[in-house]
Design a protein around this ligand. Structure first.
Ligand code: SIN
Length: 304
């Protein structure tokens, strides 16, 4: 059975990618590394960031709101201390980067050249920062410029991660493709709120955060379908994937691979369970090559 997939010139042994923010080298022993196609690091920024005030995580009826605020040690310490530990894992490592200005992105891409990484995910979608993040990803022109500048600055494989807060997700994806992206990933979290009714204040340390988990899956799936139909480059689907059936829905909608995020926080073994479930489904359906599933959605004549 063939499970390997291709994202432009990046070949992965299987389509299961660990989303940014749920894995670190310190937590590696909890994860079934052999079942993982690629790992995306926690987003790194040019300078260290302390992140947002607590509380930063809040469970909701069908998901999780986070307002971490891109806490990280900054690119220089990341390259020196964290990246070597990621590279020891023997899994393709995609480094997620973000910045406060457009110019930060190509500078960081240059710093990551020659380090043996599989590529870069451009975080143009974090809802928890005042500058950069989803403010860049909301605007197609900005997405185009950042992708183009990063591609010009390095020969690395590049995948922008889009925000569902984009004015038009398809237009934004097309802008990324035109900028030279090798793949597109979508979606990051949905801007969300939760209120303490007694205190009349936000239940998070910030007013708003980003919602992930099962609540967002049907909307993320629809967006992945729309984008996969519009672009020619591979799409990586993300948003509330909790089990093999969810992952299969994204593949059938047109995603070439899937990012698993929130589900790993509940059960770090989930990547292996999802991969097993996909294998079992392929056996049952008599499918030898996972690529037969990608974009295999049948559209009824009256579907809009
Ligand atoms: C965060 O660090 O605030 C979450 C990352 C993201 O949503 O991109």
């Amino acid at each position: 059975m063939k499970l390997s997939i291709q994202l432009g010139n990046l070949v992965l042994e299987n389509p299961i990618i660990i989303a940014s923010g749920v894995f670190s080298p310190d937590s590696a022993s909890y994860f079934p590394i052999e079942a993982i196609g690629a790992i995306i690091t926690k987003t790194v920024t040019p300078r260290p960031r302390e992140g947002n005030p607590p509380p930063r995580l809040l469970e909701t009826a069908a998901g999780l709101i986070n307002s971490i605020g891109l806490q990280n040690v900054g690119i220089e310490r990341f390259i020196e201390e964290e990246l070597p530990r990621y590279m020891e894992l023997g899994v393709p490592i995609i480094v997620s980067i973000s910045g406060e200005t457009e110019a930060d992105f190509p500078l960081m891409a240059e710093r990551l050249r020659g380090k043996g990484i599989a590529g870069i995910e451009l975080n143009l979608s974090c809802p928890n920062v005042q500058r950069g993040g989803m403010h860049f990803g909301r605007d197609a022109e900005t997405v185009f410029r950042i992708v183009r500048e990063v591609k010009d600055a390095s020969s690395l494989w590049v995948m922008p991660k889009l925000t569902p807060q984009a004015r038009d997700i398809v237009e934004t994806a097309l802008a990324g493709e035109e900028g030279g992206a090798d793949a597109i990933s979508l979606v990051n979290t949905f801007l969300a709120m939760a209120i303490d009714i007694r205190a009349r204040s936000s239940r998070l340390g910030t007013l708003m955060g980003g919602l992930s988990g099962p609540a967002i899956k049907p909307i993320a799936l629809r967006m992945v379908y729309e984008v996969a139909r519009a672009v020619r480059i591979p799409v990586v689907g993300c948003g509330g994937i909790m089990n093999a059936e969810d992952a299969l829905e994204f593949l059938i909608a047109g995603a070439s691979a899937v990012e698993i995020g929130t589900a790993c926080l509940i059960n770090p073994s989930i990547p292996a369970e999802i991969l097993d479930g996909i294998r079992k489904f392929m056996e049952e359906e008599g499918i030898d090559d996972i690529r037969e599933l990608i974009g295999s959605l049948k559209i009824k004549p009256l579907d809009i």
